[in-house]
Design a protein around this ligand. Sequence first.
Ligand SMILES: [Zn+2]
Length: 79
Amino acid sequence: MSRLLVVVVIFIAIYLLLKYYRKQLPKKDVPGEDTSRRSENMVRCAHCGVHLPKGESIVVDQKNYCSEVHRRAHTDEPA
Ligand SMILES: [Zn+2]
């Protein structure tokens, strides 16, 4: 019974340790990692040329737009 208690305590300790390290790591590593990841996923608006995260862009015909307004302005442009 006491052995089970020790195992449980060890598991809780490992859990808390992982939780603690997970909290610590982002603060230290994310800035560099985040910018590299962000620049990887950056796309350019086909209309105004502004750079924005791919997830926030509107993709139409393999072209990226920063907003619905620019998507419309670009595609409705008289040829
Ligand atoms: Zn734009």
